[in-house]
Design a protein around this ligand. Structure first.
Ligand code: ZN
Length: 340
């Protein structure tokens, strides 16, 4: 089968040929229909320090997909041939204390599809049945293909109450954009998104942000009176992975605010702990999705009218994957769908 592989420790990813995976009794074989490029894939493409210390070579990359089940392991009774599915890319151990408590998202031995183990940018992909999620007919393929990052946004956004709140989202990458749409859908009074990328700030408007501010041009505190926000934000979401984003949240959130942090920092970040302590802020780190609560939440949000479609800005064929990566690298892209 054809696949996309990180073969060598340098910039790029490349086409390759591999045998179709042989499945175990507890796995299903999925014929991939659509994939989506994650920021993680871009880290692997660039072969930055995170990728170098994380990814074993050679490896088929990719973890965002929708496809169809074409083979069932002998012990799999929960799915049938032809089911349209996506899947949870965090493979949990099942034996650590948290797994045994039913808290799979807190597994201490979690393996990531497409960066620790074989990924899905291929014609066929084998996944343990317990990680597979049946996509309801109400969800179109394009959205099913981005359930993984949409799940990051959903997990981050739904970590606290949003109705009637003033929400600050630092970082207008795809996860920040989808979080903005969720916050608005859930009844936030204001959803302010900050970034320094005009293309992505424009998308933030399309996703329902009440304000999208270029903080390289305007100071956030100067913009707040006109937005009728006088005491700071009550909910924060850090989606930028930049020290400036995190510090801005600590500074502009009011006493007692809840801040969820999804952004990943290339280097350790120093913060002013006085702001956390004396404002009695709650900080919560987010990694991945709650399995499978977040997946059902996503489905219900979409069925309840949430619109995240504007976050998908590009479609490319598998043969033109390089074009997709270049769009991501340019910063002038939301989600890029790669199709067979
Ligand atoms: Zn575990």
């Amino acid at each position: 089968m054809r696949c996309l592989v990180k073969n060598e420790p340098k910039v790029g990813v490349w086409f390759d040929e591999r045998p179709i995976p042989t499945i175990t009794d507890n796995e299903v074989l999925i014929k991939i229909k659509k994939m989506s490029i994650c920021g993680t894939d871009v880290h692997i493409y660039k072969w930055d320090s995170w990728a170098q210390r994380t990814v074993p070579l050679p490896l088929i990359i990719g973890h965002e997909f929708v496809g169809e089940i074409v083979e069932l392991g002998k012990s799999v009774s929960t799915f049938k041939m032809g089911d349209r599915v996506s899947g949870e890319g965090h493979i949990t151990c099942g034996t650590c204390t948290n797994c045994r408590k039913g808290l799979k998202h807190l597994c201490m031995n979690c393996q990531g599809v497409g960066y620790h183990r074989t990924g899905c940018f291929a014609e066929y992909f084998a996944l343990p049945a317990e990680n597979v999620f049946l996509i309801p007919t109400s969800v179109p393929d394009d959205l099913a293909a981005i359930f993984d990052p949409f799940g990051n946004s959903t997990h981050t956004a739904l970590a606290t109450n949003l109705a009637a709140e003033d929400v600050l989202i630092t970082g207008a990458g795809p996860t920040g954009l989808m979080a903005a749409a969720i916050a608005r859908h859930c009844g936030a009074r204001s959803v302010v998104v900050t970034d320094i990328n005009p293309y992505r700030l424009q998308l933030a408007h399309e996703m329902g942000a009440t304000a999208a501010l270029d903080v390289s041009k305007i100071k956030l505190e100067d913009a707040l009176p006109a937005l009728n926000i006088h005491n700071g934000f009550t909910v924060g979401m850090e989606m930028s992975g930049s020290a400036a984003g995190l510090n801005s949240l600590l500074q502009h959130c009011q006493h007692g605010a809840h801040i969820s942090i999804l952004g990943i920092y290339p280097e350790p970040v120093a913060i002013n702990w006085d702001l956390v302590i004396f404002k009695m802020l709650t900080l919560k780190g987010i990694y991945g999705r709650e399995v499978f609560k977040t997946w059902y939440d996503m489905t219900h949000l979409l069925e309840g009218g949430l619109n995240i479609a504007p976050v998908i800005t590009h479609h490319v064929s598998f043969d033109d994957f390089e074009e997709g990566f270049q769009a991501m690298l340019s910063g002038k892209a939301g989600k890029v769908i790669v199709e067979w």
